[in-house]
Design a protein around this ligand. Structure first.
Ligand SMILES: *Cc1c(COP(=O)(O)O)cnc(C)c1O
Length: 339
């Protein structure tokens, strides 16, 4: 059944085989191009925004407020969607020093976002309070704000990748392939939560491995568990599941149902080790596929390592790697590459 959502992303996104990488590692690796969901709103966030911004419009909002790091793909996609609907946008960006105008931050400014900065400390302790205060201020000026949390990773946003999982099942039927294992990057948890929720509710039995780009296993398991539970009422409202199915799932779902690998965080969020940059270069040359340094580069590096002799993904069957986007975030680190 079709879910009710905005229709913004170019869907379905293509799936293709990574022939030379598969040969190199002696296994079967496919890639789903969620980096090609669009241009201005490219990447995974648009799938979630199709649901969250639908809710914003339903509530009569004329301003989207959201938050992320200075090079946030999510903020850039939100700013693009706001402009598309003639809405205003305001983004709270985490910085450590005065940032150069480049990459996603440049696009935020280009597409007319109001920008407010905060420190790492403020971001981790009080970003939601700061956004609430921003909303209050805009309200006093006559706006109707709608706040989207970090990464649109809440109950309603989780529907984006619940839906994407079903898109993958449809593509399996067309291609005549079963993807036994799905590998992706996880940062704010909504992508991993949505995929896992669809897998569990439908009893599809796939292995979904979320490679953390920050924090640790426990953080992501608790977070994915929480937002999956929050997504259940939305699935009932969409007619995807019944109330009793939602109740049963809420009672049975456990944090340990979400497989997280935190072995590839490296030196921290948006910080690259030389071996990660070398891996991005390797895949670019081997396959003509460009990964980003913050998310997909780390996740693919994790996949590559776990597929080598004795790794945890040896024998994982047909693997589907989801390219979740992030290209604009590569340009600000171009000087870190050695040629
Ligand atoms: C946000 C993001 C992710 C992580 O998705 P979450 O749903 O936040 O976990 C992965 N890749 C890219 C390029 C992203 O921008």
């Amino acid at each position: 059944m079709q879910m009710k959502k905005l229709s913004l992303a170019n869907l379905p996104t293509r799936i293709g085989k990574l022939e030379r990488l598969s040969q190199e590692l002696g296994c079967s690796i496919y890639i789903k191009r969620d980096d090609q969901t669009g241009s201005e709103w490219s990447g995974n966030k648009i799938r979630k925004l199709e649901f969250s911004v639908q809710e914003a419009l339903q509530q009569g909002a004329d301003l989207l407020i959201t938050t992320g790091g200075i090079q946030s793909n999510h903020c850039r996609a939100t700013v693009a969607v706001a402009a598309h609907y003639g809405m205003k946008s305001a983004v709270l960006l985490r910085i450590s020093e005065q940032p150069p105008v480049e990459g996603n931050y440049f696009l935020d400014l280009l597409m007319g976002a109001d920008v407010k900065f905060c420190t790492r400390e403020e971001y981790s302790t009080s970003r939601n309070e700061i956004m609430a205060a921003m909303a209050e201020e805009y309200r006093s000026r006559g706006y109707h704000p709608y706040i989207i949390p970090e990464g649109a990773s809440n109950g309603v946003g989780t529907l984006g990748y619940y839906n994407a999982f079903h898109e993958i099942l449809d593509q399996e039927r067309e291609l005549g392939i079963r993807f036994d294992t799905i590998v992706l990057a996880t940062g704010s948890g909504g992508t991993a939560a949505g995929l896992n929720l669809a897998n569990i509710l439908g009893g599809h039995g796939r292995r979904i491995v979320a490679m953390a780009v920050c924090d640790d296993v426990k953080y992501f398991q608790d977070h994915c568990h929480r937002i999956s539970i929050e997504a259940l009422p939305y699935l009932v409202e969409q007619g995807e599941i019944s109330q009793s199915e939602a109740d049963r799932c809420a009672a049975a779902l456990k944090p340990e149902d979400f497989e997280i690998n935190d072995g590839y965080v490296g030196i921290g969020y948006a910080q690259s080790r030389p071996e990660e940059l070398d891996h991005i270069k390797h895949i670019a040359r081997l396959e003509g596929v460009v990964l980003d340094p913050v998310y997909t580069g780390k996740a693919s590096y994790g996949l590559w390592n776990e597929l080598r002799e004795g790794g945890s993904l040896r024998g994982a069957g047909n693997i589907l790697f989801i390219h979740t986007g992030g290209l604009y975030g590569l340009f600000p680190v171009s000087k870190s590459f050695i040629f």
